[in-house]
Design a protein around this ligand. Structure first.
Ligand code: CA
Length: 230
């Protein structure tokens, strides 16, 4: 397997240098950015396996970098937050961070989180591409079936199409408009509330039924399918 690449967006040069050395020692290739704007640009222009993103950054803060990145990319992101940034933690997970590590942290902890995030990512892409998984939920695109923990979940065609769109873009926040265009089509003339209605149907058949939070509402934006208990 070729070396996995990590983009490190961190403005504190001492920390960045230290992390780069440690990550390289572990066999990763590392690229650095020292402000949010150039970090976002690098993230969008390259295909990194993982991104380590500091929250407090000049030019564009980490939250904003993540928010913009998630409009088009599902790359695993681990955020670095300071001890008192509890709000940021919650917000970060809300807008699609995979994990976070609180500063000051032990390097072993960060390395462990990186391994978990990369493993999760590889599990998703390496298996049969017609079978998409998140947590215990499995969507088989070929057979048009959905199961949770091997238990068959019965969905209508529209519910299936919506879930398919969500899981194909997992960890990416999708606006109501985008969902409407993709699942219902450009020429749909009915009420846009239909998206919320069908999200509710899916939740009752999956999240509520199995007591799991997979479909998350991002207030003022839309919805995201994400692994997480928060
Ligand atoms: Ca910083």
């Amino acid at each position: 397997m070729p070396a996995q690449s990590i983009l490190l967006i961190e403005d504190e040069l001492k920390i960045a240098r230290f992390l780069e050395l440690e990550l390289k020692y572990e066999g990763y290739t590392v690229e650095q950015a020292h402000d949010g704007r150039s970090g976002l640009q690098k993230a969008l222009e390259n295909n990194f396996d993982l991104i380590i993103l500091d929250v407090m950054l000049p030019a564009l803060n980490g939250m904003e970098v993540l928010r913009r990145l998630r409009q088009t990319s599902g790359v695993p992101v681990i955020m670095l937050t300071a001890k008192d940034e509890v709000m940021d933690k919650v917000m970060g997970l809300d807008i699609g961070a995979d994990d976070y590590v609180t500063k000051p942290f032990a390097i072993e902890e960060l390395l462990a989180r990186i391994r978990v995030a990369l493993k999760r990512k590889n599990n998703v892409t390496a298996v049969n591409p017609s079978i998409l998984k998140i947590d215990e939920l499995t969507v088989d695109l070929e057979k048009h079936t959905v199961s949770f923990n091997n238990e068959y979940v019965e969905l209508t065609k529209r519910e299936f199409d919506l879930l398919k769109y969500l899981i194909e873009n997992k960890n990416i926040v999708l606006s109501r408009e985008k969902i409407l265009e993709t699942v219902w089509g450009y020429d749909y003339l009915g009420d846009t509330n239909v998206v919320d209605v069908y999200i509710r149907y899916l939740r009752s058949k999956i999240d509520d039924k199995y007591n799991k939070k997979l479909i998350h509402t991002v207030r003022g934006v839309g919805y995201v399918l994400r692994n997480g208990n928060n």
